[in-house]
Design a protein around this ligand. Structure first.
Ligand SMILES: C[S@@+](CC[C@H](N)C(=O)[O-])C[C@H]1O[C@@H](n2cnc3c(N)ncnc32)[C@H](O)[C@@H]1O
Length: 309
């Protein structure tokens, strides 16, 4: 067993509350990771609640399976993309669930363990895939995309204002082989640091990771899938870690819960929109100051919750 500590799940009590976990309930943990949230759901739904855990990453699934072994048939894990959650759940005989949790992004072990190439703190080949069998790697994006495409990715998915300079520097330095090489190229193209606490390569790494794993497209499909899988009154809880993810979740929940989706210039509603969700909280839920102190990674987390009408 490696020395990296298990991923510390974020906002566990808030997530249980959001999902309204109860004995006998059936839950989909769409981002199983190392099973921290699933463990809490299984305990809170004792003795009869069940969890199906999905994850793209076999190493995380294996860690979760080991951790949750004692729950026997109450816990099942499956390999797959939450963008395909409907087909995956149906293939396992689950047509409806009482709650779906999506805890987006990557776990602290994925960033800390060797092999993923997600961090510029470890010198590793450029990979960044959650699914080791996926075709696109960070190396493909960094070394094969045109300068224009690369700049677009860095701008759109990293919200990096110096995307063009960074893309030009990367393309001019090809081949780029490792995470640390990429990080120093980005730092040198970004110019002097602008007083922030984050490394100058943070945004570019985020952008390439989102591109490699098609994260925003999968998120949109996952949210749509959740509508098909949830029972009436079933809960959807989504934890996001950056503004791009949160925007997708927020707009989806706003639209699905709106009584009218006519453009603002239309004076009288003509859309006939039927809401499918109701927001449980109007405001986003954030971790407590104490949790942030104990788990720094939680500081950017935002939880949004809705239930199926
Ligand atoms: C923040 S971690 C989840 C941690 C988990 N809640 C826990 O308590 O251990 C996010 C997980 O989502 C997985 N993931 C990312 N994109 C995915 C996708 N499209 N489909 C399925 N799993 C995905 C990652 O591999 C990672 O294990």
């Amino acid at each position: 067993m490696d020395q990296e500590p298990l991923h510390q799940p974020v906002m566990v009590a808030e997530s249980l509350d959001a999902l309204s976990v109860r004995p006998g309930g059936v839950y989909l943990d769409a981002t199983l990771g190392e099973g921290g949230h699933s463990l809490a759901i299984l305990e809170a739904s004792n003795p009869t609640g069940r969890v199906l855990g999905l994850d793209l990453d076999p190493r995380s699934r294996d860690a979760a399976a080991l951790r949750l072994e004692s729950f026997g048939q109450r816990f099942v894990s499956a390999a797959g993309n939450y963008g395909d959650m409907v087909a995956l759940a149906h293939s396992l005989g689950l047509n409806q669930v009482d709650g779906i949790l999506m805890d987006l992004g990557f776990s602290s072990r994925q960033i800390g363990l060797p092999g993923y190439g997600l961090s510029f703190l470890n010198d590793e080949p450029l990979d960044m895939r959650y699914d080791p069998e996926a075709l696109l790697t960070a190396s493909d994006v960094v070394n094969n995309y045109s300068e224009q495409e690369l700049a677009r990715v860095i701008y759109e998915f990293g919200e990096e204002t110096r995307s063009r300079q960074i893309a030009r520097r990367i393309v001019g330095s090809r081949p780029v082989r490792s995470t640390t090489q990429l990080a120093s190229l980005v730092a040198s193209a970004s110019g002097p640091r602008r007083g922030g606490r984050t490394h100058p390569a943070t945004r570019t790494f985020q952008a390439i990771r989102i591109e490699v794993n098609d994260e925003l497209v999968n998120l949109a499909s996952g949210l749509e899938g959740a509508l098909q899988l949830l029972n009436p009154s079933g809960r959807l809880a989504v934890i996001s870690y950056h503004s791009l993810e949160d925007r997708v979740v927020k707009l989806f929940m706003q639209r699905q819960s709106a009584l009218c989706i006519c453009p603002p210039e239309v004076p009288i509603c003509v859309c006939g929109h039927q809401p499918t969700l109701k927001l449980v909280h109007r405001r986003v839920i954030k971790p407590s100051a104490r949790e942030i102190q104990e788990n720094l990674r939680s500081r950017s987390a935002k939880l949004r919750v809705a239930y199926q009408l």
